[in-house]
Design a protein. Structure first.
Lengths: 514, 514
């Protein structure tokens, strides 16, 4: 059975019109900007505007993808969404995307235009989009003529003052998946490694009604907790007779959902590093490839990037391993004049291990590793520096960024080059897969215009940043918000329409380009 | 390219040990039991015990599936979970399932036993499990030897006194997907119909901190709203200095997640009926089959059943259509002595349409339709009558139920029979696919033991039902809770472990059966 070539035919990136300079955040939080910029690679963070959410960003990316490929709604067999910013626990965010697109195309193609399009959400922190891609590759491979869209969309938001704040970002990446792709051929047999972990997650946080009562009572200046009969209040609430609001539900508790995660940064870095390596081993096992061949098999490496320099900071161990297996280790040591620790030189194991850590730091700072990073990893970093973490979209932005960077090289040598993609999702899972650049790449990538898009955004000041973060604005901040979908309203009545979301489209952009 | 046969090799059902008789609910709510029982087919509802959640139920179903098929963890390439009862917005509930299974198998197979197993959650109300199945079929078809598990798990809970209350249920269905299945062969090219709708959903409900303050103040007997400076309180909260609890977050509002949905029953029924029909048309288009052949092509029909008799109550229109296209319409009218309304007989269109509705009711009550229901739909209903709605698992329970019912028929004639499956997810999407019963079916189905399992559950009284519903119990109610996974604790500290969930296993069952 000959498997047809499947892969990604095109990408579209949507980033909000607004960004907040990391330098401004550093000032506001009294952080050393150089550490964030030189150390982590951070320059700007994309900030979702007041009327943007995961659905609008995804719809914007998909619309752009459809337009630039002259596709009609009926051509698209599926739209699979990878997100961890879902707007609902049952109704997939993908249906909101479809809702916007359907409205948009009704005049041209009728209200049934997406009737036979299969949509669903896949959830696994930052790797749900890769899961959607892998399944859509398999689906496209199974039958000629199938065209699917995979889209990732997230608002990567952290609590203010938390150590995640400077890694924030927002945006969506859409990709067209089909047989005989113009851009990237991908083998759907991905390497995978999964281990349950609580490194970063968004639990439904349980809070009892009694806790809420106590909290509010503590806040009230003239009320003493001793004066209040909490048992009596709780009993009243259980009967559901006294209030018509948030506390009026049968349960003794409420579940809070926060857009911001519970996370442990160092633990998450460890999990990322371990899963990536385990998934690479699994990839080798599935493909019969040998350790030590990674840099022969692949010209570039693209990564999920929680911050721009995450990959370069954690990849040196695998880099070392590859050199050892390929027989280039001694050469590397000598050329870079490194001192290898030897257990015999130390009084105890702890001293030895410390020296090993120091040695790894030397490797990371060696001329060879710097060169390796510049040639193979850095092309995938620059866009991340300017938008921050996109969660599910981050690894695809790294791929897009690598490809756009290749436009500035000797383009005649690019087709046929291979990219190894390392994806990670907290919770935790990594996937590793290979992508080969196809003959038609240059024309496709020329239309990414990532850099141009990033250059035309609008900077916001700290005060605006804080207002957006607190969610107190009801209108978009961006001067130019035409040509994009926006959240028009959310029903607040506590009836059978509570939480219904309506979206709109500011049509200026269409007028400009047609 | 010859496509290999893929499908479902085996099923496992997990239902909680507890059930609540519908007759008791009818008494408590002053409802006519006969309407619920004879009208909707309801007898009992499965109720999740205090330490059960979507993850424990799924893990129980998967463990049973692994045990009865003598499978080792390393045999399983993926576990895809369809649920709308996710425990987290980023970390998939499937990782909790894996966590429990990994712990369970560590002694026998080591802590790495599921390392290369791919897990993820798919979310689309009651149809996420069918999406997981469709993708896993495609994945299994693409490479020999791949074995995947699809599992659905939900706690179908509604607010007390709401019109959804009597349709509640809980449970999980796991299925083994591979090439050359013993049980059901399935063509992965499903019919699909999608239209955005808000018929049933679980929005993140936005509530401002100010609203919470107001609500609590209203509850306090000795405090007048006029005495409280809400602006001042809000300002304090925005600064995040005054409290260390639920109100202490940057946003001006909280997002509430409720396990119970926002829904509109009649609208959801309409959407169900329309999507099912549209998906059937799409199925025909993809398979080149003609209208009027449905009852020739398929011997049984399995449905997503929000309540047991949903399908029989809404299928009569398609039944009529099939008769018309197959040329059996006149025969049907004459044999059942029905009076067909004719537009000329009525003074206006409204009268005519009313008579059409009456006519449809006659069709539904006709001897032929009753016979059709008894032969082709009822075999898939009886288990639903005794557990209620399983959300994502409901359609698979209907399939299992049909197969177990066939054990009581002339089993020599069963292999080769075909089942048409109608799945629906609010939001909204339907899928239609065909399943053909394989030679090895009888041995597999004999181990379902659905009826035996349902007969060995424990009834609870209204008081216990209400306590479980309110979430005030911390220990399981069931006398026998060994042989199942359970939720041991959830971290409540507001630090980087907030919301961490730990699970345990009561090992009695293993001791009993080995």
């Amino acid at each position: 059975m000959r498997t047809p070539t499947v892969g990604i035919d095109d990408f579209s990136l949507y980033v909000p019109q607004l960004y907040f300079p990391i330098e401004e955040l550093a000032k506001a939080r009294d952080l050393v900007y150089a550490k964030l910029n030189k150390g982590l690679g951070l320059e700007q963070m994309a900030i979702a505007d007041a009327c943007e959410d995961a659905a609008t960003m995804a719809a914007n990316a998909v619309l752009d993808l459809l337009h630039k490929n002259d596709l009609e709604p009926a051509d698209i067999g599926r739209i699979y969404l990878g997100t961890e910013s879902a707007l609902d626990g049952a109704k997939p965010t993908a249906t909101y995307v479809l809702d916007m697109l359907q409205d948009h195309f009704t005049d041209a193609y009728g209200g049934n235009c997406f009737l036979n399009c299969d949509v669903v959400d896949l959830t696994f922190a930052c790797i749900g989009g890769v899961d959607a891609l892998q399944n859509t590759l398999e689906w496209a491979a199974a039958k000629e003529g199938r065209i699917g869209i995979v889209v990732t969309s997230d608002d990567a938001k952290y609590e203010m003052n938390s150590p995640g704040e400077y890694t924030q970002g927002a945006g969506a990446v859409a990709m067209l998946v089909k047989q005989s792709p113009r851009l990237l051929a991908i083998d759907p047999d991905f390497g995978v490694a999964t281990r349950p972990a609580h490194d970063f997650f968004k639990p439904n946080r349980k809070v009892t009604k009694r806790e809420i009562l106590q909290e509010v009572i503590e806040l009230l200046p003239n009320v003493s907790a001793a004066d209040v009969d909490l048992d009596e209040l709780e009993r009243k609430l259980a009967e559901g007779l006294e209030v018509n609001g948030v506390l009026d539900c049968n349960e003794s508790h409420l579940l809070l959902h926060k857009a911001t995660p519970v996370f442990d940064g160092p633990y998450s870095n460890q999990a990322y590093q371990a899963r990536i390596r385990e998934a690479l081993y699994d990839y080798r096992r599935r493909h019969g490839s040998e350790p030590g061949q990674l840099f022969q098999d692949f010209d570039y490496l693209a990564f999920h990037l929680p911050y721009a320099f995450q990959a370069r900071r954690m990849f040196s161990e695998i880099f070392m391993e590859e050199l050892k297996y390929s027989g280039k280790w001694v050469d590397f040591i000598l050329r870079n004049e490194l001192e290898v620790p030897c257990a015999d030189d130390y009084e105890n194991r702890e001293q030895y291990l410390t020296s090993c850590t120091d040695f790894l730091r030397q490797v990371t700072k060696s001329e060879d590793y710097r060169k390796f990073v510049q040639e193979r990893i850095a092309p995938g970093e620059w866009a991340s520096s300017r938008v921050g973490n996109l969660y599910a979209g981050s690894v695809f932005l790294s791929l897009m960024s690598t490809l756009e960077a290749l436009l500035k090289t000797d383009t005649s040598a690019v087709a046929g080059k291979a990219i190894c993609v390392f994806a990670y999702g907290s919770g935790s899972k990594a996937k590793v897969f290979g992508a080969t650049i196809q003959q038609g790449w240059q024309e496709v990538v020329a239309n990414f215009t990532i850099e141009a898009r990033l250059n035309h955004r609008q900077a916001i000041d700290y005060a605006t940043y804080e207002q957006l973060h607190r969610g107190v604005l009801t209108k978009n901040v961006a001067d130019k918000d035409d040509g994009t979908f926006f959240l028009a309203d959310v029903h607040e009545q506590r009836d059978e329409t509570e939480g219904v979301r309506h979206y709109g489209y500011a049509a200026g952009w269409l007028l400009e380009t047609t």
